[in-house]
Ligand binder design. Structure first.
Ligand SMILES: Nc1ncnc2c1ncn2[C@@H]1O[C@H](COP(=O)(O)OP(=O)(O)O)[C@@H](O)[C@H]1O
Ligand SMILES: [Mg+2]
Length: 280
């Protein structure tokens, strides 16, 4: 038995608002093992980004807490890297320099040659060596997202937190990055929590899919283990009965048990705005 790496216990978040307290999350309990890949899925505004924020330490919970590798989260830390949907690369630095910044952060005191070797390793991993000297505005959205992922991986995080990392990408780029992520995660054994709206993406990538109920006072409604052998191949899985079954379970949860109802217009992006504001 591997021990729990990431422990969310009785996690709750109440936001102060002009109309009084808003209970976004209540009683969220989740234990994640080292190397596990977890997807968080749920309707817009249910609190997925808030959960990720709390694990990242960008938000402090009003109830309960998060423990990473035996230590309570009390702020952001290098053992937890976050990948945002809108790839926050530094525009005045090249691809190489963006990755180098992260490498230097965890390799203080190493020689120039060692730093270079590391940067090249991560560029290789995302197949971006050819564009190392380009600036972010000279490369495509998918490439930027890849660099964002490389930069996060270069921090050698115990925990990789991703908020809809592929949400804004076209289907082909998305598939390519999903495959790259599966390979990288198999190699590095990071513990991953990824928010997604894409049911196929969740089933393909995850060891477990955590499905959240709608807010207010959102919580975990169901956890679905995905027992599909790895490495996984999207083409083979397309007519795999177990894959289809998992897919249906998630769809059933989302559209039968917890159908959406009405959404308040400001709901979906608040959490992301908070994260970006705090990161800037
Ligand atoms: N800073 C905040 N102040 C008040 N309400 C917030 C704040 N951040 C998020 N919320 C609310 O908490 C709920 C969950 O938001 P969020 O975690 O962004 O949802 P999701 O990522 O699932 O779309 C939403 O109703 C949202 O409006
Ligand atoms: Mg969100």
């Amino acid at each position: 038995m591997t021990k729990t790496y990431l422990d969310l216990s009785q996690l709750g978040m109440r936001f102060p608002t002009p109309k009084g307290e808003f209970v976004a999350l209540k009683g969220v309990n989740l234990q994640v093992k080292k190397g596990e890949f977890i997807s968080l899925i749920g309707h817009s505004g249910c609190g997925k980004s808030t959960v990720l924020n709390l694990v990242a330490g960008l938000l402090m919970p009003t109830d309960g807490g998060v423990i990473v590798d035996g230590k309570e989260v009390d702020g952001p830390g290098p053992e937890r890297a976050v990948v945002f949907q809108n790839h926050s690369l530094l525009p005045w630095l090249t691809v190489y320099q963006n990755v180098e910044l992260a490498v230097k952060q965890v390799n203080k005191g190493k020689s120039k040659a060692e730093i270079r070797e590391q940067v090249e390793h991560y560029l290789n991993l995302i197949q971006m060596q050819h564009a190392a000297s380009k600036k972010p505005d000279e490369i495509s959205g998918g490439m930027k997202q890849r660099v964002g992922i490389a930069r996060a991986l270069a921090l050698q995080p115990k925990v990789l937190l991703m908020d809809e990392p592929f949400g804004a990408l076209d289907a082909l780029t998305r598939a390519h990055l999903q495959d790259a992520l599966m390979q990288i995660q198999a190699e590095l054994n990071n513990t991953v929590i990824m928010i997604t709206h894409d049911v196929d993406e969740a089933v393909l990538l995850s060891d477990r899919i955590v499905m959240m109920s709608n807010g207010p006072a959102a919580t975990i409604g169901q956890i679905l283990p995905i027992e599909l052998a790895r490495p996984r191949n999207r083409v083979d899985l397309a007519d795999d009965a177990n894959y289809q079954h998992c897919r249906q379970e998630v769809l059933r949860f989302l559209y039968e048990k917890h159908s959406h109802g009405q959404v308040k217009s400001n709901q979906s992006n608040n959490g992301a705005a908070v994260m970006l504001a705090k990161q800037a």
